[in-house]
Ligand binder design. Structure first.
Ligand SMILES: Nc1nc2c(ncn2[C@@H]2O[C@H](COP(=O)(O)OP(=O)(O)OP(=O)(O)O)[C@@H](O)[C@H]2O)c(=O)[nH]1
Length: 626
């Protein structure tokens, strides 16, 4: 039988687990998660109004500018119930921030696994979105108690009655159980904090067992090395322990442990149910991976906690410096970014068209964009990226199996089977646009799994789609066809055998590696003609006729021709001004430096760059990004 609550509530490392509440906020982008989190920090006195910096939790510049949360963190807040039956009861709340984008689903799932409860936050003027749903399903799989909350009730456009009804139907409660708050004005937030203590279960764990803590985030800090965020499940981690990572058996001395409230505060230990950070001096987040179990080195646990997965890149793209001499700088920059990103992979590659660069693996398209943007902004690099592609499994007729992350690795010879990754996508859309969404999904080889009306006007569509079909401009297309009303979420769902071919682009008979692509057989022709036409416009005429061909193996499927021109720079210089002639010849030489030779054809590097960057060349429909 549990005894009376320990009055020593707020001693780090010795908090009675029955006083702890670990929770997260799940919300669609822009529904106000950060604003609500900030307000909670302020109301619980963790940050005072003067110190209050908008969006305290989002520390990275890019995050703040783009208004998205990439890395999750945890904050400890004291709270004493102010109202109702249990007034005066005190608690320690650990708020765990979850990343909000599909690319980071695994990190979201680990953050959820560190919690007992989740606040499902929905904008009272927008209603439920696909991401809210996807995260809600994840939370339910993790057996979290859900408190439904409508935010932004201060907005004139808020329709709390309508959306409370929708939320109640979704999670199976009464509309009156849906709380209403405004993160902006603070309205309803104290009541929400009371409800967190009342409704969420305290953590349960075995205090006497060997220590087991789950890593739900791991961040590289320039000054302190890797800071690892953990939730203790069993036992205790003491400040002077030597700890062990169960997935690798590597052990490290602890340099520091503590909690964040809202800055780091050192502690002597972390006990059952507590959430805090560890610093061990490791320099690379790969040595301290999200999902791994930390245990004590002297008395290690036998079984790790479930749910650990190695991060696996889903999308690959070549990154090349526009100026070839930036190659070493690009390598150094990637080395630096890797410290903080266990999912980023890269290896050197070279391309006849683009020179030396790196083949990089990412969790998804947003991850790619973030890395690229950081390389350009923080490291001042001008980059060109090749069209992203997914990972294919190719089996030849000799039963040899290849993992293809780059079209250039596509095996020659007879192919028995090609498998490509697929995702389960959820699209939420107003009734009027169902047709448009279905048409789009169909054109991207989607298979309808189900359709449900969430309310009279909102429909949930579930599709299986090849990942390759959505990594280009699917989201943009979806938005434009639904006037911005549709929302999308997806998760990996295995592989499927597909009728895929590799299309090569040949310039005067020579393949141009940067433009090879693996596409569905039905789209090969479209892809070939689109790229050939684009290159025909971009490549200047040469002194001989240059055919541009698209080919599958040795079969040509499309052709354009660049007509010949006789380019004699000296032709303009009738008469004898020798210095002028020399100048022109010099100038021509200068120009040649920026030329790449593909076989006998001189192509300005800009032509390749333009062909790759103006539209997504992998997009067979030539629709490009809006
Ligand atoms: N009127 C009003 N606006 C709000 C409220 N809460 C948030 N906002 C605004 O909504 C926008 C999005 O808020 P954020 O807190 O950045 O949203 P978020 O969910 O954290 O966004 P991500 O980090 O991208 O997931 C901002 O412009 C906020 O000022 C609210 O209660 N009322």
């Amino acid at each position: 039988m549990p005894g009376p609550l320990d009055p020593g509530v707020n001693i780090i490392g010795a908090t009675d687990p029955r006083r702890i509440r670990n929770f997260c906020i799940i919300a669609h982008i822009d529904h106000g998660k950060s604003t609500l989190a900030d307000r909670m920090l302020q109301i619980t006195g963790v940050v005072d109004a003067r110190q209050m910096r908008a969006q305290y939790l989002d520390r990275m510049d890019i995050e703040r500018e783009r208004g998205i949360t990439i890395k999750s963190q945890a904050v400890r807040m004291p709270w004493v119930i102010r109202d109702g039956d249990r007034v005066g009861e005190s608690a320690v709340l650990n708020m765990i921030d979850t990343p909000g984008h599909v690319d980071f689903t695994y990190e979201v799932s680990r953050s959820l696994a560190a919690c007992e409860g989740a606040i499902l936050l929905v904008d009272a003027a927008q209603g439920i979105e696909a991401q809210t749903l996807a995260n809600l399903y994840l939370a339910m799989e993790n057996d979290l108690h859900i408190i439904p909350v409508l935010n932004k009730i201060d907005l004139p456009a808020a329709q709390p009655e309508k959306y409370a009804e929708e939320l109640a139907t979704l999670i199976g409660c009464e509309p009156r159980d849906v709380l209403r708050v405004s993160g902006k004005t603070g309205d309803g937030v104290e009541h929400l904090l009371d409800e967190i203590v009342r409704q969420f279960q305290p953590p349960v764990g075995d205090a006497d067992a060997p220590a087991r803590a789950m890593i739900f985030d791991s961040v590289y800090d320039v000054y302190r090395g890797v800071v690892t965020y953990v939730r203790v499940i069993d036992g205790r981690i003491e400040a002077r322990d030597r700890i062990k990572m169960m997935s690798t058996s590597a052990s490290h001395d602890l340099l520091e442990i503590g909690v964040v409230s809202p800055e780091m505060e050192k502690a002597g230990a972390l006990g059952v149910g507590e959430v805090g950070y560890l610093i061990t001096g490791v320099k690379d987040v790969r040595q301290s991976r999200v999902g791994d179990t930390v245990t004590g080195n002297n008395r290690p646990a036998v079984e790790p906690l479930g749910g650990y997965k190695d991060p696996r890149p889903m999308v690959y793209s070549g990154l090349y410096p526009i100026d070839g001499s930036d190659y070493p700088a690009l390598r150094d920059a990637l080395d630096r970014l890797k410290l903080n990103d266990a999912a980023l992979t890269y290896e050197p590659e070279s391309s006849a068209a683009l020179g030396f660069g790196f083949r990089c693996g990412f969790l998804g398209l947003l991850h790619l964009e973030i890395i690229r943007e950081r390389l350009e902004r923080e490291f001042n690099l001008d980059l060109i990226s090749t069209s992203p592609n997914v990972v294919y499994q190719v089996i030849t007729e000799e039963m040899e199996e290849y993992v293809v992350t780059n079209p250039s690795e596509f095996p020659v010879g007879k192919i028995a089977e090609i498998r490509e990754p697929v995702v389960r996508a959820t699209v939420l859309v107003p009734n009027d646009y169902v047709g448009a969404v279905m048409e789009l999904c169909q054109s991207r080889r989607g298979q309808l799994l189900g359709m449900e009306y969430l309310s009279t006007e909102r429909v949930e569509l579930r599709y299986t789609l090849p990942l390759a079909e959505i990594i280009f401009d699917f989201f943009d297309q979806l938005k434009s066809r639904t006037k911005g009303y549709a929302s999308l979420d997806y998760e990996p769902s295995g592989e499927q055998v597909s009728d895929l071919v590799k299309v090569d682009i040949l310039l005067h008979g020579e393949p141009v590696d940067a433009f090879s692509a693996i596409v569905h057989k039905d789209k090969a022709y479209q892809y070939g003609t689109a790229i050939a036409a684009k290159l025909q416009k971009l490549i200047p005429r040469q002194q001989f006729e240059v055919p541009i061909q698209a080919a599958i193996g040795s079969r040509i499927i499309a052709r354009e021709t660049i007509r010949a021109i006789r380019k004699d720079v000296l032709a303009k210089c009738y008469g004898g001004d020798i210095s002028r002639k020399r100048k022109l010849l010099e100038k021509q030489k200068e120009g040649k430096k920026r030329m790449k030779m593909v076989g006998r054809v001189e192509v300005p590097q800009e032509a390749f760059i333009a062909a790759l960057s103006t539209t997504d060349s992998g997009d067979a429909k030539g629709t490009g990004k809006k």
